[in-house]
Design a protein around this ligand. Structure first.
Ligand SMILES: CC(C)(COP(=O)(O)OP(=O)(O)OC[C@H]1O[C@@H](n2cnc3c(N)ncnc32)[C@H](O)[C@@H]1OP(=O)(O)O)[C@@H](O)C(=O)NCCC(=O)NCCS
Length: 181
């Protein structure tokens, strides 16, 4: 378990799979994600098997302090040779948007990844028109590294994707060193 100021990050369990399926099929959320949908329960089970046995992906469930699950975040394409990875996050319980949970979840996971896995750089891609997510990433300390023009076809049009990144030293300058001695 990783404990933040507002959230707890815990490993996913097989019993979470029906909840994951309900979550990923919510169009209001998945329209912002690069993910296949709709997903059947069988597809969701295969995703769970793949992701929990992968050595290059690490997914954690975001819960509130009282243990209510609200979403997932993950590091993907974890590369220990080059010390980098790609971040993905979604808070699927929409009533919890905009309360600082996303920022706290990412900060908590990145602190762990930089301190314990010795990662140097974490990147992500976000739709240019996803203003809530971009504000969240700004608060964590991600900076824009480039724009992938008309990279995704969605809702009948092409949208630009913004690539953002953060280095371990930038993260520590903003959030301080680990609380551990
Ligand atoms: C993106 C996401 C993870 C962020 O988590 P969150 O808990 O909502 O984010 P936070 O509350 O920490 O920060 C959001 C910030 O955006 C602001 N915001 C909300 N709507 C906004 C808008 N339309 N324009 C600009 N800023 C906005 C909030 O006010 C907050 O900033 P503040 O703390 O300065 O007030 C979450 O909203 C989510 O899962 N969205 C749907 C899926 C998604 O977009 N995933 C990311 C794909 S790249």
């Amino acid at each position: 378990m990783l404990r933040g100021e507002k959230v707890i990050l815990r490993p996913p369990e097989r019993s979470d799979v029906p909840m994951f399926q309900r979550w990923i099929n919510d169009r209001e959320v998945n329209r912002w994600l690069i993910t296949p949908w709709p997903m059947s329960l069988a597809e969701e089970e295969r995703w769970y098997e793949r992701i929990t046995s992968s050595s290059t992906d690490k997914i954690l469930v975001i819960t509130t302090a009282d243990g209510t699950p609200v979403g997932n975040l993950g590091l993907h394409r974890i590369d220990h040779r080059y010390r980098n990875a790609e971040l993905g996050i979604a808070i699927f319980e929409k009533g919890y948007w905009g309360q600082g949970l996303g920022t706290d979840a990412i900060t908590t996971f990145l602190r762990f990844a930089f301190d314990e896995w010795n990662l140097h750089r974490v990147t992500l891609v976000v739709r240019e028109d996803n203003h809530r997510a971009r504000r969240c990433y700004d608060k964590v300390g991600f900076v824009v590294e480039g724009v992938e023009r008309e990279a995704q076809f969605s809702g009948g049009r092409f949208v630009n994707m913004v690539r953002m990144g953060i280095l371990d030293r930038e993260f520590r300058a903003r959030h301080g060193d680990s609380a551990e001695p």
